[in-house]
Design a binder for this molecule. Structure first.
Ligand SMILES: CC(C)(COP(=O)(O)OP(=O)(O)OC[C@H]1O[C@@H](n2cnc3c(N)ncnc32)[C@H](O)[C@@H]1OP(=O)(O)O)[C@@H](O)C(=O)NCCC(=O)NCCS
Length: 179
């Protein structure tokens, strides 16, 4: 199984804990991009929303839906999640970092170790993909820097905050990730 604890140069990735609710509330509530680009984030985000989200993350089956609290100096500053499909042959990745820490390469750093561990742990894993609002330039750029390719656009594929949005699909194959 993919490790629960992962270290990078600056970050420690670990399982979420009930005590992380306030940190999750802080970074989601303080950042309009979270709600703008993530359809699962309600507008007018409350502590109760954060609590429900953290409990749902904790309850996920780690073998198929591992997720990590990204911490910097022991403070939760982000999230990386994976969903394995089709017998761990395909995975979908999700991520985000506190608004105050953007542009410092933290997301790339956290994603890189999760992607490498996923390919290392599951020999049958062929591909990791990600879905995002096609306006989410930061999200696309992070993936491109990690070697992902843009695979296409699904037009008007999500209905978010009262409008239809195009969804971009990015993917990376095992053969494209040099480890
Ligand atoms: C998208 C997100 C994860 C990027 O995190 P980050 O830590 O700022 O990314 P990095 O510092 O690793 O930046 C990687 C690259 O993306 C670029 N980038 C980041 N935000 C950008 C933006 N809004 N527009 C254009 N480029 C952007 C950076 O400049 C950097 O490129 P460079 O090194 O060539 O300058 C972060 O903005 C976020 O958490 N957004 C809200 C949640 C979200 O949208 N998650 C993704 C859902 S699919």
């Amino acid at each position: 199984m993919i490790p629960e604890l992962l270290d990078t140069q600056r970050l420690v990735l670990r399982p979420f804990d009930k005590d992380d609710v306030n940190a999750v509330f802080d970074y989601w509530n303080s950042d309009p991009d979270w709600a703008r680009f993530n359809r699962s984030v309600p507008a007018n985000y409350t502590v109760q929303h954060a609590e429900k989200f953290v409990m749902e993350l904790i309850s996920r089956v780690r073998e198929t839906q591992p997720n990590w609290a990204v911490t910097l100096d022991e403070t939760v500053v982000g999230i990386v999640s994976l969903t394995f499909e089709q017998g761990h042959r395909i995975a979908v990745i999700g991520y985000g970092i506190h608004g105050a820490l953007r542009g410092q390469g933290m997301s790339g750093e956290a994603l890189e170790i999760v992607i490498d561990q996923a390919f290392n742990c599951y020999a049958q894993l062929r591909k990791i993909r990600a879905h995002m609002d096609s306006q989410n330039l930061g999200s696309m750029r992070v993936l491109e820097k990690l070697g992902f390719s843009r695979e296409g656009i699904l037009r008007s594929n999500q209905y978010v905050n009262g409008e239809f949005v195009d969804e971009a699909i990015y993917g990376i194959l095992r053969s494209e990730r040099s480890m």
